[in-house]
Structure formats: structure tokens, C-alpha cells
Design a protein around this ligand. Structure first.
Ligand code: MIG
Length: 688
């Protein structure tokens, strides 16, 4: 049951696709508190209430005990105290004696104080008074989430090749550098499906251009890579370089497709290309115009992109620099005290992403001029929507890989996300684990973090442990920043372990892809907290470092350095499969309860739930060569069970064809359990 309440006159955010009647009643469950300038919503939590949600946000699965600002922010330092990351996903569920969900559909900043100021109080405060609130009632948190997901529409569906392992770096500077990466992966037998092009493939960071010196005959190069089973995935940045003769810039100016200052001039922000204009993605004509520009790369054989810097990130504005210069000019250097010195310093270091600058430009939304800060959280969403809508037009029968850094709920229909600039820290591996179910709650299913960490120097053991988790995330990409230690798998010593771990991913792809597709098609989650599957288990509710992945698996990644294993809580009897490679495995039946599980850095423990099975295919070096006619089944059952696997060509869009499902059955035949399927079963490993 969903109720909708409108406050003021909100702009249409397009977050919600279901038609829901507006209620005129008083809002339920939450107390509406109006003070002079703002409206907030309060909820008194029970001691045992858990708060789920907020998608791409800091801290745990249970969001209690901190304060979060939904305001898309380019901040590469995701330390524990941070309140904003790149996305704004304003949906939470309070789960306890009663369960209730709230979605605050507000394009401006919204603060979620979840037991921070007062440990038993939730206080949600939109920074503007025009917004829509949805209150969702349901049997459980999981039930509420499914209703919410249905309301916001089907999640973006990635092509199957995007489940292969992908390698990125800021930046591979030339064709030869990329050839070298591919050669090393292939030589070492480490599977690989894609290599990323970061900003340096462009000519002076101009969107939809190619650096002719380093990436000449680009189309031939795309084909050369494709013939080796590799896709190239270029980055697209939000800012358009101001440069005479550059078509995108000139067309944008001519058609008023860029964001404007109050005086009607085109707003300028400094980003990678230098001075840029921001396309007004909230203007539908501008959106279509920019979206169709992706054709430039699609025509060259590209079928995947990542959208960056779309919070939008700003290094500086002219106004900011002018102010700082003025300040310095008037600064009394004769005898500054420490306070004035730090003010001076802040004037310079605070030039990026200033709130004043977000208040300094305007969008044209259906003819109405709207100041940016009031719709800030829709910018990245609409950049990705521009691409998504254009892909439908340009390639109606083909899936294109698309994921974005900034996002808002609603964007999940057009693309996935990666979680931005994390660091090579063990704590960020844990953050990645905890964030996955929250992302799923908000519709972001094709998602993942920079494996190994983006900033800071990665170590071999961190990369191995992170990959051991990353083999389960839809986006499995190793990415790192300029200036950090090289972290391609072949640069971290003894490649055998990397080869083995990534080979496990490739044998899991049919299962993972199937669970991914079911999550998208049924408004469901691929990664769940344990409590969603074991709602009566009080201890399971507190577990945040183990996840359910699809219907058959539980995972418990190791995320501490030098650990030789970890404690794992089993909410029921399970079969532990410890993978050393796709084919080398050890099995152990474990009883419900707490267990210490050993797992060396080159081992991946996976738990098969009771009365479930895991189909595995043979590993390959890239998804082009996957053979999904033959399977090995690992099952933990003493009863007849069935697994329905979704499978399609991975590229076209015939999602609802019933032929896309095939089944694996464990069935009693002649007094014995055996496997039955339309696929060839090469081996059954049955435990009971
Ligand atoms: O200011 O394009 O999050 O993945 O490598 C940094 C360079 C800009 C930020 C992205 C990161 C990417 C980097 N970009």
C-alpha cells in the first residue's frame, strides 16, 4: 500500500513511473513538523528498529546512528564521517515491530538524521518546500522494497558481456598501452572482457572527440580489440570545453543548450577540459541533442560508456576565482594571525564544488528557469537519461553498457552506477560489501566499486580479497587513479592466483547473470541482507558482512589484512564450497550457527543454502567464448529441488520470452537423486 503526499508545487523528477493518487489525508507514521522555513518528518524508533536504504551512502546496511545529506557530491575521500557521496537515493525503510518505507522525492538536498541528533529519532528534512513524499506500508522491509521498486520502474539491463572482468586505469594513454594490457592478461591466462578509456583518449578532454595522435584509426582499433574478445569502454564527462570550432560547444551555444547564469549568459565552470559549459540535461531538447552525440562513438563500434563528473563536479568558477583574488588583494600580509591565515588557505582550497556556485546557474525546464541547487540531484540522472533515451533511438534492439557516477532514483532505469573514487583501503572493501544491498533496494542492480581501490596504493592481498568479493558484483572492474601503484592483476606478482580467482567469476556468470536478470525483471534484489531471507532470526539481523547473492548463495568475504579466515554466521545448515579456482574446490557441510572458516588470500569461500543448487559452466578467457550448453551442478539437498535459470543472447531485449528460462532439477529417480535438465550435466556434486 503506497500513499502519496504533495508539498508545495514540486517539479516532475521522473523518479516514479507508477500512477499513484495523491492523498489529502494527514501523513501517516511520520509526524510532520513545520517550523518557520522548513518541513521535516519525524519518527520515533523502537530500540530494535533497523533502518535500511539510502542506496549509495556511507556506513552500514543499518543506517541508524548517523546523519546523511542527499546531495550528489564529488568527494574522493570517503572517510567515515562523510555525509554525502555521489548519489542521492532518498528511500529508507524502518523495520521492526512495524515496517514502513518513505521516499522523499525531492531534487534538492535532503537531510536524513537517523538517530544522530537523538538516538531514537529519525528526522528527515528537505532543504526546499516543494517535494513529494511516498509512504509505503508492507508486511516486511523486503515486501516494502519490492513495492517501491515496482513504483520506480524496471532497472536498467546491461549486456551479458558486461559481466566479464574489466580493466581500467586513469589513463591508458595510447593504443599501444592498451594492447599491452590485453596482451599481458591473455598471456597470463587471466580472463578479460573490457578495457576502459579514461579522459586521455579524447582530444584535450573534449567529449565525442578522439586524440588522433594516440588513438588514430580508432574504428580499426575497436575492431582489433573486438577480435580478441575485448570491448573498449570510453568515459564521457559532463562539461563541454569552450573552444571555437568545436562543434558540440558551438551547437550548444547556438541552441541555448547550456546552463545559464542569472543574467542569461552561459555558465562557466572549470573542469578537466579547462573552461566548460554544462549541457542543460534538464531541458529535454538539450538532453536529446547531447544523447545523440554518443552516436559518434557507437558508429565506431563502441557499445559501452561511463558517465563521469556529473554531480556536476566543478574545480572552479570564474566567480569563485574572482572572489579569491579579491580576497588575496585585500589580505593584510604584514602580520596575519593563524585564523586569518587559514581563512586565506580555505579561500583557495574551497574553490571546488562551492554551494554558491551551485546557486549560480539555471536550468530551462519546460520553459521555466530553475536555479540549479533546487534540482541539483537530477543532473547526473539526466545526463545518463540523455544517453539511455538516445540508445533506444539509435540501437533499439541492442543493449549498451552504461553506468554513471552521479545518480538519483529514476536513473536506475537508464544505467547502473559505480561507486566512485574509493581508496585502496580494507575499510572500503567492507563499505563495498555493505553498500551492495542498499543499492539494490534503490533500483541500482548493475553496480560495483573500483576493485582494489581507486586512490592510494593497492597491495596484492587487498586486490585478491577484493576480487574475491568482486566476482559476485555485476560490474567487476579493476580501476585506479593516476599516480597510484599499478594494479593490473599482472602487476601484483604471481599471476596464478589472479587467474584462478577471476576464472571462478567466469564459471559463475550463468548463475549471476540469471539472478541479475530476475532481480531486474521482477523488481527484486540480487544482494540481500541475511535478515531478508531469515526474518525470524534475530542474530541474522545484526550481520552486515555477509550477504545473500541470488537464491542459492550466501557469501562471507574476508576483509581484514593478514586474516587467515573469519567467523561466519550460518542462519541454517549450509554447504561450504571453498574455491581455489573454478575447478579446484573443497566441500564441507556446516551446521547452523557460528563457525570459523579458513580462507587463504587465494581462496573464495561460498555457501550454498539448504535445498539449493549452483550451476557452473566451464571457465573461459572472455564471455564471447562462454559455453552454456554444459553445466556442472553443486547441490545441497535430500529432496527434489529445481533451479530456474534465466538465459538469453545477452544483447537483444526480448526479456519476457518464456523460452529464456531453463530448469535444472534434482529429482529422485530409481530411488536415487539425480540431475535433470535440457542442458548437458557433465557432473553432479550432491551433498545432503
Ligand atoms: O577528477 O577521469 O571517478 O574514475 O578515473 C577525477 C578521471 C575525474 C573521476 C572518476 C574516476 C576517473 C577520473 N575522474
Amino acid at each position: 500500500m503506497i500513499k502519496k503526499y504533495i508539498y508545495g508545487s514540486p517539479i516532475e523528477t521522473s523518479a516514479v513511473v507508477e500512477d499513484i493518487e495523491t492523498s489529502n489525508d494527514l501523513i501517516q507514521y511520520f509526524d510532520e513538523i513545520k517550523d518557520e522555513n522548513s518541513i521535516s518528518f519525524r519518527y520515533v524508533m523502537d530500540n530494535n528498529d533497523i533502518v535500511y536504504g539510502l542506496g549509495e551512502a556511507n556506513r552500514g546496511i543499518n543506517k541508524r546512528g548517523y546523519i546523511y545529506d542527499s546531495f550528489c557530491t564529488d568527494d574522493p575521500n570517503h572517510t567515515e564521517e562523510k555525509r554525502s557521496l555521489y548519489g542521492a537515493h532518498n528511500f529508507i525503510v524502518v523495520s521492526g515491530m512495524i515496517s514502513v518505507g518513505i521516499f522523499v522525492d525531492c531534487a534538492a538536498k535532503v537531510t536524513f538524521d537517523i538517530g544522530y541528533s537523538d538516538s531514537s529519532m529519525i528526522k528527515i528534512t528537505p532543504s526546499e518546500n516543494d517535494f513529494t513524499v511516498y509512504i509505503i506500508e508492507g508486511k516486511s522491509a523486503y515486501d516494502i522494497i519490492k513495492q517501491f521498486r515496482k513504483m520506480i520502474g524496471r532497472s536498467y539491463i546491461a549486456p551479458r558481456w558486461a559481466f566479464g572482468f574489466q580493466q581500467s586505469r586513469w589513463s591508458y594513454m595510447s593504443k599501444d598501452e592498451i594492447r599491452e594490457v590485453v596482451k599481458k592478461y591473455r598471456e597470463n591466462g587471466i580472463p578479460l572482457d573490457a578495457v576502459y578509456l579514461d579522459i586521455d583518449y579524447m582530444e584535450r578532454y573534449k567529449d565525442f572527440t578522439i586524440n588522433e595522435e594516440t588513438f588514430s584509426d580508432f574504428e580499426d582499433f575497436v575492431n582489433e580489440m573486438r577480435s580478441q574478445g575485448i570491448r573498449l569502454v570510453p568515459i564521457i564527462d559532463a562539461g563541454v570545453k569552450i573552444e571555437d570550432g568545436y562543434d558540440i560547444y558551438e551547437e550548444g551555444v547556438k541552441n541555448n543548450y547550456f546552463c545559464k547564469r542569472a543574467d542569461g549568459s552561459d555558465f562557466v565552470a572549470g573542469v578537466w577540459p579547462g573552461r566548460t559549459h554544462f549541457p542543460d540535461f534538464l531541458n529535454k531538447d538539450a538532453r536529446r541533442w547531447f544523447g545523440l552525440k554518443y552516436k559518434f562513438l557507437i558508429d565506431k563500434g563502441i557499445d559501452g560508456f561511463w558517465n563521469d563528473m556529473n554531480e556536476p563536479a566543478m574545480f572552479y568558477t570564474d566567480e569563485g576565482i574572482a572572489e579569491a583574488i579579491e580576497y588575496i588583494k585585500n589580505f593584510d600580509f604584514s602580520n596575519p594571525d593563524s585564523n586569518t591565515f587559514f581563512q586565506l588557505k580555505d579561500k583557495i582550497t574551497g574553490l571546488s564544488n562551492r554551494m554558491e556556485d551551485y546557486k549560480g546557474f539555471y536550468h530551462n525546464i519546460d520553459g521555466k528557469s530553475v536555479r540549479h541547487d533546487k534540482v541539483h540531484n537530477l543532473f547526473g540522472f539526466n545526463m545518463t537519461r540523455a544517453a539511455g533515451e538516445a540508445f533506444e533511438e539509435l540501437e533499439p534492439n541492442k543493449r549498451i553498457l552504461m553506468f554513471s557516477r552521479s545518480s538519483y532514483i529514476g536513473m536506475h532505469r537508464y544505467g547502473g552506477i559505480w561507486t566512485g573514487d574509493n581508496q585502496s583501503w580494507w575499510s572500503h572493501l567492507l563499505l563495498n560489501i555493505k553498500m551492495m544491498p542498499s543499492l539494490n533496494m534503490c533500483g541500482f542492480i548493475y553496480s560495483g566499486a573500483d576493485l582494489g581501490g581507486f586512490g592510494s596504493h593497492c597491495t596484492r592481498d587487498l586486490m585478491l580479497r577484493w576480487l574475491a568479493f568482486g566476482i559476485f558484483t555485476p560490474l567487476m572492474r579493476n580501476h585506479s587513479a593516476l599516480g597510484t601503484r599499478l594494479q593490473e592483476c599482472y602487476n601484483l606478482g604471481d599471476t596464478e592466483d589472479f587467474k584462478n580467482i577471476i576464472s571462478i567469476r567466469y564459471s559463475l556468470i550463468p548463475y549471476l547473470y540469471s539472478e541479475y536478470m530476475k532481480a531486474c525483471l521482477n523488481d527484486d534484489m540480487m544482494f540481500k541482507p541475511l535478515s531478508f531471507e531469515y526474518p525470524a532470526d534475530e542474530f541474522a539481523k545484526t550481520v552486515e558482512d555477509q550477504l545473500i547473492v541470488g537464491e542459492s548463495l550466501m557469501i562471507a568475504p574476508v576483509y581484514t589484512q593478514n586474516a587467515k579466515g573469519r567467523y561466519v554466521y550460518l542462519p541454517e545448515d549450509m554447504l561450504l564450497v571453498t574455491f581455489k579456482s573454478s575447478s579446484q574446490r573443497k566441500y564441507q557441510l556446516l551446521k547452523k550457527g557460528m563457525h570459523y572458516i579458513s580462507a587463504s588470500v587465494n581462496e573464495v569461500p561460498v555457501f550454498i543454502r539448504k535445498n539449493k543448487m549452483l550451476p557452473l559452466c566451464r571457465t573461459t578467457n572472455c564471455t564471447d567464448n562462454m559455453d552454456t550448453s554444459k553445466f556442472e551442478i553443486i547441490a545441497y539437498t535430500s529432496e527434489n529441488i529445481e533451479y530456474s535459470m534465466y538465459e538469453d543472447d545477452g544483447i537483444s531485449k526480448d526479456y519476457y520470452n518464456p523460452d529464456n528460462y531453463c530448469s535444472f532439477e534434482i529429482r529422485e529417480m530409481d530411488g536415487q537423486l539425480g540431475a535433470v535438465s535440457s542442458k548437458t550435466i557433465v557432473k553432479l556434486s550432491l551433498f545432503n
